[in-house]
Design a protein around this ligand. Structure first.
Ligand code: FPP
Ligand code: MG
Length: 286
């Protein structure tokens, strides 16, 4: 399956989407796609098939988000902790990612026509050269698209992200690019892998697990949390609509995410420098 599904909604689904769209729509949803292996056991298929169906579900979920007018989605596709799984499962997940990024490049017209910008958040130095190259090509190819944003957390944990951020900030101070007094919440936010993106309004975790597993710990401080029992490959549009509906019900009580604007010129040029470095790094992978 491609990265964005194209299956028509039923009349009832379309009607409910239209009703939900009358209320406030989140600008950004983060998803922990959990339960692929339990689904595989339940459906009596191989684990690898569970993950493949997990990817197919991601493509469907992206279509539903676009239909709902949610412009940004961040998904947890591979945690650094997942490297501790059996070598054969790690290989399976890496092979799946390699195939899917290759497919994305093969179908470039499609993703460019959809206007989707794909970004990777994570520690790319932990990935194979082949996968790094494919990811870099996909990210660079789509970097100017702005109709929708898909952030794929791959080889990611929030703690690794924070360590990486602290290193960048310390280096900036040591080199004199910024001063110690410049370090504040806005600067830290901009130095995270998520950079200038807005924080998620909702975080969804499937499969009944009630924890964050080191996912976007800085970014979800004001997000509406939605834990749902369904296993990820069985997630359907009704689950998504239920999450958005619950978010709408407490919308007035939620602290709104502000756009990250940096006014200090010194900090601005430091952050721009980091963005350039990221770009150069990606180019070096090709
Ligand atoms: C969690 O279920 C799922 C994962 C660790 C992998 C998620 C990956 C995908 C859905 C494919 C995405 C690929 C790309 C390229 C974006 P689990 O394995 O923890 O299952 P369990 O909780 O039932 O054990
Ligand atoms: Mg799991």
């Amino acid at each position: 399956m491609s990265w964005i599904a194209n299956s028509p909604l039923t009349y009832l689904q379309q009607f409910c989407v239209n009703v939900i769209k009358c209320g406030p729509i989140p600008k950004h949803i983060a998803i922990i796609m959990d339960g692929n292996r339990r689904y595989a056991t339940k459906a009596k298929v191989e684990k690898a098939e569970g993950h493949t169906r997990g990817f197919d579900k991601l493509a469907e979920a992206l279509q539903w988000c676009l239909e709902l007018g949610i412009p940004e989605v961040t998904v947890y596709a591979f945690s650094i902790e997942n490297f501790k799984r059996s070598q054969s499962e790690v290989d399976t997940l890496m092979k799946l990612a390699t195939e899917k990024f290759q497919k994305l490049l093969d179908e470039r017209e499609k993703i460019m026509a959809e206007g989707v910008c794909i970004r990777i958040i994570g520690n790319m130095s932990l990935l194979s050269q082949e996968l790094r190259k494919l990811i870099a090509e996909a990210v660079l190819m789509t970097k100017d698209n702005n109709r929708a944003f898909l952030n794929v957390a791959f080889a990611y944990t929030a703690r690794d992200e924070m360590v990486n951020t602290a290193r960048k900030v310390v280096e900036g101070v040591e080199k004199g690019a910024i001063e110690a007094d410049d370090v504040d919440e806005d600067l830290i936010s901009r130095c995270l892998y998520t950079g200038d993106r807005q924080d998620p309004d909702i975080i969804v975790r499937t499969s009944g697990e009630v924890r964050f597993s080191d996912y976007l710990l800085w970014q979800i401080s004001n997000s509406y949390i939605c834990f749902t029992e369904v296993l990820w490959p069985e997630f359907c549009i009704w689950h998504l609509l239920a999450c958005v509906f619950k978010y709408q019900r407490c919308y007035n009580d939620l602290k709104k995410n502000n756009v990250k604007i940096i006014k200090n010129e010194r900090v601005k040029s430091f952050v721009e420098g980091l963005e350039q470095e990221k770009l150069m790094q990606l180019k070096s992978y090709i």
